[in-house]
Design a protein around this ligand. Structure first.
Ligand code: BYC
Length: 468
């Protein structure tokens, strides 16, 4: 079994000689496959899907393309190669050698971060499980499954850390990751956005655009970690994450392009079976705000502790001149007695907001790109991000009501306007009604434009998925 395991699981963690890890994985693997069958993608499990598999960390090994049946996907365990004499890049332990083992005093904190990260991966697969039936093209169907199997691999990445470095409680946490379920009222996933339904492909593109992009920023912050195995694991995950965000950003762009093309012809997109810009905007408002919540509170003692301990840094920490962040402050609008008051908060406690700043800028860059698509088509309307205070459920703006421009309003006014800002039941039904699977090679649904190019140098009309 152990030999088979080593053959089955591509890795660069010496699995063949690590008996303890082999034993832990032997127990976990059947449960993982059981989880995949139970709540992984519905249908298509026997189909041949043109997938990318990471078989090594070398430039020619991390993106190996071939037809694979999803349950046979070779979920591997990879860390970027170690950096000689790496030191901790921030916090109270700045400049000390990076930890190769879990530092005892931070064990619980570190385990919690890894479990939280790990929990999002299977959650997203569960959220997306129904989408295979309504894919707008074989190209999109393939991309969905690529995202799904790689989120599965990212779960493996966190499970590897738990099983290798955290002993019995790590193994228990690894089982727990297979037991919670997205949206389940008794055993929900840990973070809010990962319990939200992804009912249709507009949700999916928004999720991979906005929610996977939170993943990018969190993974960057964790790739700075003083716990070297976590840092190296996250660095490798980021190589795969880029494609997920590409699926989202270009997916929304293609929806916008199709709508713009119809508007340019003087047609009503809705009558032509496409989406209105108004509905697209509401889905942006929803998923951007849900994803902003994933950064946690604006003022956070957890974030300060993670930073002080050297466990979670800033996005590209090397860009900063000073890495202890003990002296600085961050100015933010804090709600107080029904109004917003400018306050300087100690920089360490504002680390979630610092990370969110980079995220918001990155999202704005994508919106600007979608607006250029509208501009090129000669359409006057523009898309936008809602204000970061809008529709928040975590942090200092949660529990109050803000309009789309960030003005404090009362609950009654918010409720009156809710359906203008966020998808209403009618919008959801409308979007759902547009979703019909298009599985003929080279064909595409009426509500989305084809991609500019295909996958791995193949054309759009390539046979990306072959039904068994
Ligand atoms: N929902 O001090 P606070 C990805 C909790 S996505 C529910 O404000 P903190 C991916 C918090 O746990 C990236 N609860 O925030 C994307 C705390 O609970 P306790 C995932 C929330 O702790 C797509 C309390 O509120 N990775 O990879 O600084 C597909 C007060 O917390 C939420 C990570 O998140 C929420 N949204 O920051 C697949 C990295 N926000 O202590 C994958 C690891 C906060 O009262 N996680 N809470 O029980 C972290 O670094 C931090 O836990 C967070 C929160 C950034 C999430």
């Amino acid at each position: 079994m152990s030999l088979q395991l080593d053959e089955k699981i591509p890795n660069n963690v010496n699995l063949s000689s690590d008996k303890r890890l082999q034993r832990a994985l032997e127990q976990w693997l059947p449960n993982y496959l059981g989880w995949w069958r139970e709540v992984g993608p519905v249908g298509w499990q026997e189909a041949d899907v043109y997938l990318r598999t990471a078989i090594s960390v070398e430039p020619d090994g991390w993106a190996h393309f071939d037809y694979v049946k999803m349950p046979d996907y070779r979920w591997g365990i990879f860390l970027t190669p170690p950096e000689a004499d790496r030191t901790i890049g921030f916090g109270d332990h700045f400049g000390e050698p990076a930890w190769q083992e879990v530092p005892g005093e931070f064990r619980n904190m570190l385990r919690r971060i890894i479990v939280t990260q790990g929990d999002t991966e299977p959650a997203s697969v569960e959220q997306q499980r129904m989408l295979g039936a309504t894919a707008p093209s074989l190209y999109d169907l393939r991309n969905l499954f690529q995202v799904n199997v790689e989120e599965g691999r990212h779960l493996w990445a966190m499970v590897y850390l738990l099983q290798s470095y955290f002993g019995k409680d790590g193994r228990e946490e690894a089982e727990g990751l297979l037991q919670r379920r997205s949206g389940d009222s008794d055993k929900p996933r840990i973070l809010g956005a990962f319990n939200q339904p992804i009912e249709n492909w507009l949700d999916f593109y928004m999720f991979t655009m906005f929610t996977d992009r939170d993943g990018k920023y969190q993974l960057y912050a964790l790739s700075e970690s003083g716990f070297d195995p976590l840092s190296r694991t996250c660095k490798f995950m980021l190589t795969e994450e880029a494609h997920h965000m590409f699926v989202g950003e270009t997916g929304v762009d293609r929806v916008v392009a199709r709508t713009a093309e119809l508007m340019k012809q003087g047609l009503d997109p809705v009558k032509e079976g496409a989406l209105s810009l108004e509905v697209i905007q509401k889905y942006i408002n929803l998923w951007f705000s849900l994803s902003e919540d994933l950064f946690g509170g604006e003022i956070s003692s957890n974030a300060a502790d993670f930073f002080a301990a050297g466990l979670k840094g800033r996005y590209k920490e090397a860009q900063y001149e000073e890495h202890k962040a003990l002296a600085g402050s961050y100015s933010m609008d804090v709600p107080e007695n029904g109004t917003l008051v400018k306050k300087d908060v100690p920089l360490r406690t504002a680390m979630n907001e610092v990370l969110r700043d980079g995220y918001v800028d990155d999202c704005q860059r994508a919106v600007d790109k979608w607006n250029r698509t509208l501009e090129r088509a000669g359409v006057g309307e523009r898309l936008r991000l809602p204000h970061r205070r809008f529709h928040r459920h975590q942090g200092i703006y949660a529990g109050q009501f803000y309009d789309i421009d960030g003005n404090l309003i009362d609950e009654a006014r918010f409720n009156e306007s809710r359906d203008r800002w966020l998808p209403s039941e009618a919008d959801r039904t409308h979007v759902q009604n547009l979703m019909h699977g298009v599985f003929e090679r080279g064909k595409i649904a009426a509500w989305i434009a084809p991609p500019a190019k295909g996958i791995n140098g193949n054309p759009f009309d390539f046979q990306y998925v072959r039904k068994a």
